[in-house]
Design a protein around this ligand. Structure first.
Ligand code: HEM
Length: 463
């Protein structure tokens, strides 16, 4: 009996422990990752694709394939006004729910997603999450974007850039049989934005100067990777960015460093002449220097963010407008007739105020922004304490909610033939129909975080 081998007994107990552990782990995974999200979790009653309820990567796949907004629109057509697009994320396709989440009185915070838009170590208006912090920041800079300021101070500058644009187009025509208007609109928007932000003396001339043009090339190179860095910031910035990609392709990359150098030199010049330069004082920088108590990095962060927000959106709107007009040429004729009937000023130029009285121009821009809303559509907010009910469905606090612009803009109950570009819908509609179309038309967002640059964006899209 003394020689009995006890190892056999020990061997038996080890697998048993392992088996129990494996069962517990499988049970936990089944409960936490499959049954809870699908059957009894706090969002399990919200309709949507099953895969989207199980993993955020399902939507990430559509995002990286550049089909995010179209896919969410399809899901809304299938599942109704409230759709679960990620395990903890819901989109709302009803314009009344849309207003509830963005309205000033609702005071929703932004989701953590926006933190990644901080730059130079500082938050800016766009990346500020807390409602109250955002309002405080907005009060410091809003005056620079008031409609009266934009019209009075930017008109001559924008007009001068329109002339530079035409010159650049003529030059291109001499050497190329086809002119790529997207590139030129990118440059035009960049020059307008930098002049608006820094003042004319420090603004860029990417349209006509070969020294400045690489700035826009570098901006586009870093933007190619946007879907990757917004979804996998660590992978992109630390692995691809540090080890594999050339610097100009990384988030903000060479472009961000170049812009920072320009902003620093603008600030040094301003300090040297004690901010007496009238031209610069009308810029956003001038406004911040005069009224706001912000440190240098904070001002640089604000200017960089405005530059990116305003440059990309207006360049894309102008390009889509040109493309749509090239496909329905009768609208070019209507526009020409309307514009030729306007009264020019003593210099033979059309004042901006005159362009505001042009229904055809307005309809063309509105319809283009309806089908091609230039912002990302990812306007995430967090449901406040106590939760909220949208279109009859309760959504608990802490859930991320989004009012996806394209879903509202493509609603067939509001817009007949929603996928067709028809400016006439804005001109021929009955009063009631027009009211419902206006209610669902939100290319610049709504409420507390409505686009601060909308007056500038609208006006130079019309020039
Ligand atoms: C066609 C042109 C434009 C479109 C369609 C557009 C669209 C939008 C939208 C939808 C938002 C709301 C985002 C949200 O709710 O989270 C927004 C915010 C913003 N836009 Fe624009 N934008 C345009 C032009 C501009 C311009 C020219 C500027 C700068 C001068 C600008 C600067 C901003 C900033 C700073 C915000 C953040 C505002 C805040 O959080 O308070 N945008 N834009």
């Amino acid at each position: 009996m003394a020689n009995v081998d006890t190892t056999f007994g020990e061997l038996q107990t080890v697998p048993l422990t392992l088996i129990i552990l494996a069962f517990l782990t499988a049970g936990f995974i089944l409960h936490y990752y499959i049954l809870e999200p699908l059957l009894y979790g706090p969002l399990s009653h919200i309709p949507g694709p099953k895969l989207a309820s199980l993993s955020g990567h399902y939507l990430t796949y559509h995002d990286i394939s550049l089909r995010r907004n179209e896919t969410i629109s399809q899901w809304h057509r299938k599942y109704g006004p409230v759709v679960r697009i990620r395990p903890n994320e819901v989109t709302l396709g009803n314009p009344t729910d849309y207003r509830e989440i963005y309205d000033t009185k609702s005071r929703y915070d932004k989701s953590k997603y926006f933190s990644r838009f901080a730059v130079y170590g500082e938050d800016n208006l766009f990346s500020t999450l807390k409602y109250t912090d955002h309002q405080a920041m907005k009060r410091q800079i809003a005056a620079a974007f008031a409609k009266s300021t934009v019209v009075a101070k930017s008109e001559a500058m924008v007009r001068e850039r329109v002339e530079a644009y035409l010159e650049a187009m003529m030059l291109e025509q001499k050497t190329h049989s086809v002119v790529d208007v997207f590139v030129l609109f990118d440059c035009f928007s960049h020059d307008v934005m930098t002049r608006f932000l820094y003042g004319e003396k420090h603004g860029t001339d990417t349209l006509l100067s070969s020294q400045d043009r690489p700035l826009v090339v570098n901006l586009k190179r870093s933007q190619i990777w946007t879907p990757l860095w917004v979804n996998f910031p660590t992978l992109h910035t630390y692995w691809l960015g540090r080890k594999l990609l050339p610097k100009e392709y990384v988030k903000n990359g060479e472009y961000g460093a170049d812009v920072k150098r320009r902003i620093e030199s603008l600030m040094d010049a301003h300090d040297a002449d004690k901010g007496s330069n009238e031209d610069e004082m009308f810029s956003l920088y001038g406004h911040m220097r005069k009224g706001a108590k912000l440190n240098r990095d904070k001002m640089a962060s604000e200017m960089f963010d405005e530059l990116k927000a305003g440059q990309m959106t207006t360049a894309s709107t102008l390009t889509y407008t040109a493309w749509r007009l090239s496909r329905r040429t009768q609208w070019q004729d209507k526009l020409r007739t309307e514009l030729l009937a306007l009264r020019p000023d003593d210099d033979g130029k059309l004042p901006l105020a005159e362009l505001e009285t042009c229904p055809v121009l307005e309809a063309v821009i509105k319809e283009t922004l309806r089908l091609h809303p230039a912002a990302s559509g990812r306007q995430e907010r967090v449901v406040p304490p106590g939760g909220r009910t949208y279109s009859g469905l309760y959504v608990p606090e802490g859930t991320t909610v989004i009012g996806p612009t394209l879903v509202l803009h493509l609603d067939p109950d509001v817009y007949d033939g929603p996928l067709e570009w028809r400016p006439e819908r804005w001109l021929d509609a009955s009063e009631e129909k027009l009211k419902s179309m206006e209610y669902s038309h939100v290319p610049f967002g709504h409420g507390a975080r409505v686009c601060i640059g909308q007056h500038l964006g609208k006006r130079y899209s019309s020039l």
